[in-house]
Design a protein around this ligand. Sequence first.
Ligand code: FA5
Length: 345
Amino acid sequence: MIKEIDLILEQFHSELEQQKTLAETANLKAKYLGKNGLLSALMKNLKELSDEEKKQLGQKSNSAKSVIEKALQQKMNQLEIDQMNQKLQAQAVDFSLRDSLFDRGLNRGGIHPVHSVQREVEDIFLSMGFEVLDGPYIEDSFHNFEALNIPADHPARDMQDTFWFADHQHLLRTHTSTIQVRGMQSRKPPFKFIGPGKVFRCERTDATHEMVFHQLEGMMVAEDLSVANLIYFMKTLLAEIFQKEMEVRLRPGYFPFVEPGFELDIRWKKPDPKKSEQRHSGWLELLPCGMVHPNVLQAGGIDPQKYKGFAFGLGLDRLVMVRHQIDDIRHTHSGDLRFNSQFSL
Ligand code: FA5
């Protein structure tokens, strides 16, 4: 009878191999292990055997049962996985189709040139150990003005025409310098960070002015900082971005939150508003900067006796204009696909 169990096992394995579905495999379980299955039928003939033989046969039958159970379970698991893979394959997207869809005239997307230059500038500063911070578009007057040394009655408030909310306490931030204030309040010196984002100004648009545009703020605070450090970072930024020497000029500039303050202008081919095909060499205001005013450090919770800082506010849309020789800033956010498609992937 022990031999018969071996034969049953052999038969079971060869049948199991041929199973293709879960239902078929479940039937096999009944056939071999069920109440009226092959193993049970064999065990019904134990009466004529001696006690020792009964014992041996019992052990053999139990071990055959567990071999069958294990093999069935493995087979069922495998069949379930195969079934799932088949389903997934049926739903899968064939990415190799992508290019042929574009060939058939579907428009290819791309990253907006302002965002791609923003990412490049972020990478440059990240590689120099700067953090990248964010800040809200809707600000209070403290973060946009007072903390930046521009009190309510200060004439400099008129330098940036502001979209105020009805409560006259809140506004759409007019510059990313608000991120300076939030950055100072939330960290201890020494630190250095940049803060890119949209800014809003209620002003008339022209070829170099938009109402909604993008700036990238930068700030570094440490002991023993000087204008030389500021100029080093500005030069590195421009060299990395343009990958060639650009003609720049540094001239004194007035911003209440820096002292001394500078305007960094870049030489570019300025378009002639009357004859769009003609360009004249000119200067474009790009990157104002300066040493952080002691009042601003104080408002940010930093001791101006111990620490110094520098800050800058890069105009990202203007940077894109210079880089791609764009004659009018208003093209950049016009949503005109003839413009955008020049920057597709
Ligand atoms: C500021 O906004 C200061 N917060 C910058 C700053 C930061 C100075 C830190 C010192 C220290 P300004 O208004 O000049 O400054 O704007 C900064 C830059 O944003 C300009 O040089 C220009 O590149 C860009 N910009 C300004 N106004 C517009 C506009 N209407 N459209 C497009 N770009 C603009």
